[in-house]
Every structure is written in structure tokens, then in C-alpha cells.
Design a protein around this ligand. Structure first.
Ligand SMILES: Nc1ncnc2c1ncn2[C@@H]1O[C@H](COP(=O)(O)OP(=O)(O)OP(=O)(O)O)[C@@H](O)[C@H]1O
Ligand code: SF4
Ligand SMILES: [Mg+2]
Length: 359
């Protein structure tokens, strides 16, 4: 991990919240997919509320982690930021410009500055294209002048692949190498922001570290800003300075990486953290694991009030069932969407007895 990433919680939280420092600012973003019914008349009978009111600030040149269980809306949020899916409401500002206001050439050039790296490199690379074509095609599509051979070689070198890889095809590479090709394709356009959607979850654990190191190295060399999406807390912790935890279409907690791990404040994050093993056996033996009851509810029919209330061990009647909590600042740089965050810290609101079990 780099020195820059070792910045303390205090330093990070004292940074000004000005839009200038933020490369990406998302406000009230919603993506609702209509549910259609009927053969003759395609009636809309409801909506999958995949993303429902998300605010995010991604600081320039840093790594922002977005974590949450499967189906909570992470990929949809990433795609909506890039306008690969049209938002239902809210806005996305990239480098101070409202992305929704852009059309034609301006939208194209904005897209060039934001690139995506996908979870499954094999599925996202055209099997019939050579590596040279895969890397050079986006350059051609964006009308960028370049010497094909030189640029492809340069980019392959950046991601740690030999120049000879250019004439080969995706199936000739291992999973880790294929992800390097996916990253090469993204960095070829010299973007400022990379949204990496589960960039290592399809890879063996031993390879995961290599790809994470590569992402960190590229950030150092190219000054990239990352939004890294993962369901695995360990992955985002390793790479991110700031982390947002997502639950059923909304952000429930956001703070810097150290603070989130040392002092999680939202009951959902507390439960996620309680499942992460602690290396110290003395602590591990006495640790309490918070078990969440039930599955993630359907985003087509989300619970009223706090969306976490159907699984929350700290749920209080009746406010939790009726009033949706705002994502609010509870201490410098630490935002939590829970009505009772302070009471939970003070111990005046405690988890239900059967929810906290010794490990
Ligand atoms: N095009 C679509 N039409 C309808 N529903 C969709 C569409 N895309 C996603 N969804 C639904 O929106 C919800 C959020 O999906 P999304 O893929 O964003 O979740 P995720 O957090 O990325 O999950 P995973 O960790 O499994 O990748 C899911 O219920 C999914 O079924
Ligand atoms: S608002 Fe209530 S239900 Fe929601 S997380 Fe806080 S205590 Fe739990
Ligand atoms: Mg996803």
C-alpha cells in the first residue's frame, strides 16, 4: 500500500468538501427499472428500485470503494454514473459538468474520461479480436491520433504484459492476464476516472493481489481516480481510502477506510464487520457475531421506513418502520443513515438478545 494511502482519518476528514476536490459528485441518483405486465398492453405495474437516492463524492486522484451484497444496486449505480443506463432522477457531475446535459461530441469526449473495468474479463473481451484490436479500437472510435503499434506496446507494458501479447487472442491468456488486457483497454484512452466493477472477484485469491497492486501502481503513475465496486469488504479495504456501504439501493454508511473498520456505526456495517475474522486469537475468542435474519428484500418491493428494518437487530418501534433515515454526518467525515446511530454508540439502544451470538 502506498504512503499516500496511509493518511489518517483526521487528515482525510479535514479535507474541504468543495466540489473542486471532488472529481465525481452524485446527488439523489435513482435508477428504477419499470416492471411491465400484459401481452397486448404493456402496462407498467411497478418498478425495480435498483438505485434509490444515492449521494456520492469521489475525491480526485483517490480510491473510493463501494461495497454491498449481491443485488443491492452497485453495478447499476456504476452504469448510471457513466450514463450506460439512464437515471430516473438525480444528477451526476463529473469535473464540475452535469453529465446529463451533454450530448453528441461532448458526451463522447466525457465518456472517454471515464472508463469501466468489468468483473469477468473473458465475457467483456471480444474472443474474435486480437489484443491489439481490443486495445486500439476504443482509440479509433474516439478519433484519437496515434501510432497503433507504439501505443498498444506502451499500454501493454503499463499493465505488465509483453509486446508479443498484441497478436494473441483472449482465450490464450490466464484469468489474471485477461484482466490486465481489460485494464489496458480502459487506460489506453487516458481516462481520469475508472469504475472497476468487481475487478478481482472472478480471480483466484493469489492473482487478486497482483491485480490490486497493478491498479495501485497505475494510479500512482497516471494519477487515476477509482470507484471500486465489490461485495467483499476485504478487497475494498485493501485498496480504498474512502468507503461507502450500500444496502438495497441506498448508501447506509460512508467514511474513510480506517474509520469504517475500527468504528462501524450503521447496524448493517456492524453486522458485516462482525463476520470478518480477527487475526488476534484473544480478540477472536470473545468477539460477538451479529447474525442478520432473512435475505435481502426485493428492490421491487422495498420495506417502508428504514430499508434495513426487516433485518436490523437494533430496530426500534415505530420510527424505524415509518421514517427513512437520511445519510447524515455523525462525526467529522463519517456519515450514517440510521436514526439511532448515537444511541447505539452510547449503548442505550442494544441489539435484540437472540441476534448477538457468541462465535
Ligand atoms: N436492466 C434491468 N432491468 C430490470 N432489473 C434490473 C436491471 N438491471 C439490474 N436490475 C435489478 O436491479 C437490482 C440491482 O442490480 P445490480 O446488478 O445493480 O446489483 P449488484 O449490487 O451489482 O449485484 P451483484 O453483486 O450481484 O453484481 C437487482 O435486483 C437486479 O435484478
Ligand atoms: S434506523 Fe432503525 S432499522 Fe434502520 S438501521 Fe437504524 S436502528 Fe436499524
Ligand atoms: Mg454487480
Amino acid at each position: 500500500m502506498t504512503e499516500r494511502r496511509r493518511e489518517t482519518a483526521e487528515e482525510a476528514s479535514s479535507k474541504p468538501d468543495s466540489t473542486n476536490d471532488q472529481l465525481l459528485v452524485v446527488r439523489g441518483l435513482k435508477v428504477h427499472f419499470p416492471i411491465k405486465h400484459g401481452i397486448l398492453f404493456d402496462r407498467t405495474v411497478g418498478a425495480v428500485q435498483a438505485v434509490d437516492g444515492v449521494d456520492l463524492d469521489v475525491p480526485r486522484g483517490r480510491t473510493f470503494g463501494l461495497v454491498g451484497e449481491s443485488g443491492c444496486g452497485k453495478s447499476t449505480l456504476g452504469r448510471a454514473i457513466l450514463r450506460l443506463v439512464e437515471p430516473t432522477a438525480g444528477n451526476v457531475r463529473f469535473d464540475g459538468v452535469d453529465v446529463a446535459s451533454l450530448q453528441g461530441e461532448k458526451l463522447r469526449s466525457m465518456r472517454r474520461r471515464m472508463q469501466m473495468v468489468f468483473q469477468d474479463p473473458l465475457a467483456s473481451l471480444n474472443p474474435r479480436q486480437s489484443v491489439e484490436t481490443i486495445i486500439s479500437e476504443p482509440l479509433r472510435a474516439h478519433g484519437i491520433e496515434y501510432s497503433k503499434k507504439n501505443r498498444v506496446r506502451e499500454v501493454l507494458d503499463l499493465v505488465g504484459l509483453p509486446a508479443s501479447a498484441a497478436t494473441r487472442f483472449p482465450h490464450e491468456f490466464s484469468g489474471g492476464q485477461r484482466q490486465r488486457i481489460g485494464i489496458a483497454r480502459a487506460v489506453a484512452l487516458e481516462p481520469e476516472l475508472i469504475i472497476a466493477d468487481e475487478p478481482v472477484s472472478a480471480l483466484d485469491v493469489s492473482i487478486q493481489a497482483q491485480i490490486i497492486n497493478l491498479l495501485e501502481e497505475l494510479q500512482e503513475r497516471l494519477g487515476l481516480t477509482y470507484l471500486v465496486i465489490a461485495h467483499d469488504l476485504a478487497v475494498v479495504r485493501h485498496i480504498s481510502e474512502e468507503i461507502a456501504v450500500m444496502y438495497l439501493g441506498g448508501i447506509v454508511e460512508q467514511t474513510d477506510s480506517e474509520q469504517l473498520y475500527l468504528t462501524p456505526r450503521h447496524p448493517y456495517t456492524i453486522a458485516l464487520m462482525s463476520a470478518v475474522p480477527v487475526p488476534d486469537p484473544a480478540i477472536e475468542d470473545h468477539r460477538q457475531r451479529i447474525l442478520l435474519s432473512g435475505d435481502l428484500p426485493s428492490p421491487a418491493n422495498p420495506p417502508s421506513g428504514c430499508r434495513f428494518h426487516t433485518r436490523c437487530p437494533y430496530r426500534q418501534e415505530t420510527r424505524c418502520d415509518t421514517e427513512r433515515p437520511e445519510l447524515r454526518l455523525i462525526s467529522p467525515g463519517h456519515r450514517v443513515a440510521c436514526h439511532y446511530a448515537e444511541e447505539i454508540v452510547a449503548g442505550t439502544v442494544t441489539p435484540k438478545v437472540d441476534a448477538a451470538l457468541p462465535v
